[in-house]
Design a protein around this ligand. Structure first.
Ligand code: DX5
Ligand code: ZN
Length: 221
Protein backbone atom coordinates (compact mmCIF):
# COMPACT_ATOMS: atom_id res chain seq x y z
CA UNK A 1 0.00 0.00 0.00
CA UNK A 2 1.09 3.53 -0.73
CA UNK A 3 2.69 5.38 2.14
CA UNK A 4 0.89 8.64 2.76
CA UNK A 5 2.56 11.34 4.83
CA UNK A 6 0.61 13.80 6.96
CA UNK A 7 2.48 17.01 7.71
CA UNK A 8 1.00 19.20 10.45
CA UNK A 9 1.73 22.86 9.62
CA UNK A 10 2.95 24.52 12.80
CA UNK A 11 1.93 27.90 11.39
CA UNK A 12 -1.33 27.19 13.23
CA UNK A 13 0.36 25.90 16.40
CA UNK A 14 0.61 27.84 19.66
CA UNK A 15 3.77 29.91 19.09
CA UNK A 16 4.13 30.56 22.81
CA UNK A 17 4.50 26.80 23.37
CA UNK A 18 5.86 25.75 20.00
CA UNK A 19 8.02 22.80 21.09
CA UNK A 20 5.29 21.26 23.17
CA UNK A 21 2.57 21.80 20.55
CA UNK A 22 4.75 20.39 17.75
CA UNK A 23 5.54 17.31 19.86
CA UNK A 24 1.81 16.89 20.52
CA UNK A 25 0.99 16.90 16.79
CA UNK A 26 3.66 14.27 16.17
CA UNK A 27 2.52 12.11 19.09
CA UNK A 28 -0.99 12.38 17.64
CA UNK A 29 0.22 10.71 14.43
CA UNK A 30 1.78 13.46 12.30
CA UNK A 31 4.67 12.16 10.15
CA UNK A 32 6.48 15.33 9.14
CA UNK A 33 6.62 18.85 10.61
CA UNK A 34 5.65 21.46 7.99
CA UNK A 35 7.58 24.67 8.75
CA UNK A 36 6.35 27.81 6.95
CA UNK A 37 8.91 30.54 6.44
CA UNK A 38 7.42 33.92 5.42
CA UNK A 39 9.40 37.11 4.89
CA UNK A 40 6.85 39.95 4.58
CA UNK A 41 8.20 40.51 1.07
CA UNK A 42 7.45 37.51 -1.12
CA UNK A 43 4.29 36.98 0.96
CA UNK A 44 2.49 39.50 3.20
CA UNK A 45 3.25 37.79 6.50
CA UNK A 46 6.25 37.16 8.75
CA UNK A 47 6.95 33.93 10.60
CA UNK A 48 9.98 31.89 11.63
CA UNK A 49 13.66 31.62 10.75
CA UNK A 50 16.39 29.00 11.20
CA UNK A 51 16.83 29.83 14.90
CA UNK A 52 13.32 28.61 15.57
CA UNK A 53 13.99 25.35 13.72
CA UNK A 54 17.19 24.85 15.70
CA UNK A 55 15.27 25.48 18.93
CA UNK A 56 12.77 22.76 17.95
CA UNK A 57 15.61 20.32 17.24
CA UNK A 58 17.24 21.20 20.58
CA UNK A 59 13.90 20.68 22.27
CA UNK A 60 13.94 17.10 20.99
CA UNK A 61 11.90 17.13 17.78
CA UNK A 62 13.49 14.36 15.70
CA UNK A 63 10.81 13.92 12.99
CA UNK A 64 11.55 15.05 9.43
CA UNK A 65 11.03 18.80 9.00
CA UNK A 66 9.66 20.16 5.74
CA UNK A 67 10.82 23.76 5.37
CA UNK A 68 8.53 25.69 3.01
CA UNK A 69 10.37 28.86 2.01
CA UNK A 70 8.13 31.77 1.06
CA UNK A 71 11.06 34.15 0.84
CA UNK A 72 12.89 36.23 -1.73
CA UNK A 73 15.80 35.92 -2.34
CA UNK A 74 15.95 32.18 -1.74
CA UNK A 75 19.60 31.11 -1.77
CA UNK A 76 20.97 33.15 1.13
CA UNK A 77 18.88 31.34 3.73
CA UNK A 78 19.26 27.74 2.47
CA UNK A 79 22.55 26.84 4.26
CA UNK A 80 21.22 28.19 7.55
CA UNK A 81 18.10 26.05 7.36
CA UNK A 82 20.12 22.97 6.41
CA UNK A 83 22.38 23.53 9.39
CA UNK A 84 19.40 24.11 11.68
CA UNK A 85 18.07 20.64 10.87
CA UNK A 86 15.81 20.81 7.80
CA UNK A 87 15.00 17.53 6.05
CA UNK A 88 13.18 18.95 3.02
CA UNK A 89 13.63 22.48 1.69
CA UNK A 90 11.16 23.74 -0.90
CA UNK A 91 10.93 27.15 -2.55
CA UNK A 92 8.82 29.06 -5.07
CA UNK A 93 10.66 29.14 -8.42
CA UNK A 94 9.58 32.67 -9.30
CA UNK A 95 11.31 33.84 -6.08
CA UNK A 96 14.68 32.41 -7.21
CA UNK A 97 17.00 34.02 -9.77
CA UNK A 98 18.40 30.61 -10.76
CA UNK A 99 16.09 27.71 -10.02
CA UNK A 100 18.55 24.97 -10.94
CA UNK A 101 21.24 26.56 -8.76
CA UNK A 102 18.90 26.82 -5.76
CA UNK A 103 17.93 23.15 -6.12
CA UNK A 104 21.57 22.14 -6.28
CA UNK A 105 22.39 24.27 -3.27
CA UNK A 106 19.73 22.47 -1.22
CA UNK A 107 21.12 19.08 -2.28
CA UNK A 108 24.72 20.08 -1.63
CA UNK A 109 23.65 20.83 1.93
CA UNK A 110 22.26 17.33 2.33
CA UNK A 111 18.53 18.12 2.19
CA UNK A 112 15.74 16.90 -0.05
CA UNK A 113 14.78 19.55 -2.59
CA UNK A 114 11.49 20.67 -4.02
CA UNK A 115 9.61 23.35 -5.94
CA UNK A 116 6.38 24.95 -4.77
CA UNK A 117 3.83 26.05 -7.35
CA UNK A 118 1.11 28.55 -6.47
CA UNK A 119 -2.46 28.03 -7.71
CA UNK A 120 -1.80 30.22 -10.78
CA UNK A 121 1.84 29.19 -11.39
CA UNK A 122 2.54 27.22 -14.54
CA UNK A 123 3.68 23.60 -14.46
CA UNK A 124 6.28 24.59 -17.07
CA UNK A 125 8.63 25.35 -14.18
CA UNK A 126 9.00 21.58 -13.77
CA UNK A 127 10.17 20.97 -17.32
CA UNK A 128 13.93 20.90 -16.99
CA UNK A 129 14.40 20.00 -13.34
CA UNK A 130 12.46 16.79 -12.76
CA UNK A 131 15.72 14.89 -12.25
CA UNK A 132 16.62 17.14 -9.32
CA UNK A 133 13.32 17.07 -7.44
CA UNK A 134 12.52 14.98 -4.37
CA UNK A 135 9.17 16.68 -3.82
CA UNK A 136 6.74 18.86 -5.75
CA UNK A 137 4.49 20.99 -3.55
CA UNK A 138 1.28 22.28 -5.08
CA UNK A 139 -0.32 25.16 -3.23
CA UNK A 140 -4.07 24.82 -3.01
CA UNK A 141 -4.41 28.34 -1.55
CA UNK A 142 -2.44 31.51 -2.21
CA UNK A 143 0.51 31.45 0.18
CA UNK A 144 0.71 33.65 3.26
CA UNK A 145 -1.90 32.52 5.74
CA UNK A 146 -3.40 29.45 7.34
CA UNK A 147 -7.11 28.78 7.47
CA UNK A 148 -8.01 29.50 3.81
CA UNK A 149 -10.30 27.36 1.65
CA UNK A 150 -8.99 24.73 -0.76
CA UNK A 151 -9.06 26.00 -4.37
CA UNK A 152 -10.82 23.21 -6.33
CA UNK A 153 -8.93 23.57 -9.65
CA UNK A 154 -5.83 22.34 -7.80
CA UNK A 155 -7.27 18.83 -8.25
CA UNK A 156 -6.75 19.01 -12.04
CA UNK A 157 -3.23 20.30 -11.52
CA UNK A 158 -2.49 17.44 -9.12
CA UNK A 159 -3.63 14.90 -11.70
CA UNK A 160 -1.38 16.49 -14.30
CA UNK A 161 1.66 16.48 -11.99
CA UNK A 162 0.96 12.88 -10.95
CA UNK A 163 1.15 11.92 -14.65
CA UNK A 164 4.47 13.73 -15.04
CA UNK A 165 5.94 12.05 -11.94
CA UNK A 166 4.82 8.59 -13.05
CA UNK A 167 6.17 9.21 -16.56
CA UNK A 168 9.59 10.25 -15.28
CA UNK A 169 9.81 7.13 -13.11
CA UNK A 170 11.56 8.86 -10.22
CA UNK A 171 10.52 8.70 -6.60
CA UNK A 172 9.11 12.23 -6.17
CA UNK A 173 6.65 13.10 -3.43
CA UNK A 174 3.54 15.03 -4.49
CA UNK A 175 2.60 17.33 -1.65
CA UNK A 176 -0.42 19.60 -1.30
CA UNK A 177 -0.69 22.61 1.00
CA UNK A 178 -3.72 24.71 1.90
CA UNK A 179 -7.25 23.96 3.04
CA UNK A 180 -6.65 20.22 3.49
CA UNK A 181 -9.16 18.65 5.87
CA UNK A 182 -10.56 15.21 6.68
CA UNK A 183 -13.52 15.84 4.38
CA UNK A 184 -11.45 16.58 1.25
CA UNK A 185 -8.25 14.58 1.81
CA UNK A 186 -9.75 11.54 0.06
CA UNK A 187 -10.35 13.32 -3.23
CA UNK A 188 -6.97 15.04 -2.98
CA UNK A 189 -5.30 11.63 -2.63
CA UNK A 190 -7.38 10.27 -5.51
CA UNK A 191 -6.02 13.11 -7.66
CA UNK A 192 -2.49 11.87 -6.95
CA UNK A 193 -1.13 13.55 -3.82
CA UNK A 194 0.80 11.47 -1.28
CA UNK A 195 1.90 14.12 1.24
CA UNK A 196 -0.65 16.35 2.95
CA UNK A 197 -0.02 19.57 4.84
CA UNK A 198 -2.71 20.47 7.36
CA UNK A 199 -2.51 23.43 9.72
CA UNK A 200 -5.83 24.79 10.96
CA UNK A 201 -7.58 21.44 10.45
CA UNK A 202 -5.35 19.91 13.12
CA UNK A 203 -4.32 22.73 15.46
CA UNK A 204 -7.74 24.39 15.68
CA UNK A 205 -9.26 21.23 17.12
CA UNK A 206 -8.81 20.14 20.73
CA UNK A 207 -8.03 16.52 19.85
CA UNK A 208 -5.25 16.34 17.22
CA UNK A 209 -5.23 12.54 17.27
CA UNK A 210 -8.90 12.35 16.37
CA UNK A 211 -8.39 14.62 13.32
CA UNK A 212 -5.33 12.72 12.09
CA UNK A 213 -7.09 9.39 12.57
CA UNK A 214 -10.06 10.69 10.57
CA UNK A 215 -7.66 11.75 7.80
CA UNK A 216 -5.99 8.32 7.79
CA UNK A 217 -9.29 6.52 7.63
CA UNK A 218 -10.31 8.66 4.62
CA UNK A 219 -6.96 7.78 3.00
CA UNK A 220 -7.53 4.08 3.60
CA UNK A 221 -10.85 4.08 1.68
C1 DX5 B 1 0.11 28.92 3.73
C2 DX5 B 1 1.04 27.88 4.28
C3 DX5 B 1 0.38 26.65 4.77
C4 DX5 B 1 -0.63 26.85 5.87
C5 DX5 B 1 -1.74 25.91 5.59
O1 DX5 B 1 0.84 29.85 3.02
O2 DX5 B 1 2.00 27.47 3.31
O3 DX5 B 1 1.31 25.64 5.12
O4 DX5 B 1 -0.14 26.60 7.17
O5 DX5 B 1 -2.74 26.13 6.52
P1 DX5 B 1 -4.16 25.42 6.42
O6 DX5 B 1 -3.94 23.95 6.50
O7 DX5 B 1 -4.87 25.98 7.61
O8 DX5 B 1 -4.80 25.84 5.12
ZN1 ZN C 1 3.27 25.73 3.74
Amino acid sequence: MKQYLIAPSILSADFARLGEDTARALAAGGDVVHFDVMDNHYVPNLTMGPMVLKALRDYGITAPVDVHLMVKPVDRIIPDFAEAGATYITFHPEASEHVDRSLQLIKEHGCKAGLVLNPATSLNWLDHVMDKLDVILLMSVNPGFGGQSFIPHTLDKLKEVRKRIDACGRDIRLEVDGGVKADNIGEIAAAGADMFVAGSAIFNQPDYKKVIEEMRSELAK
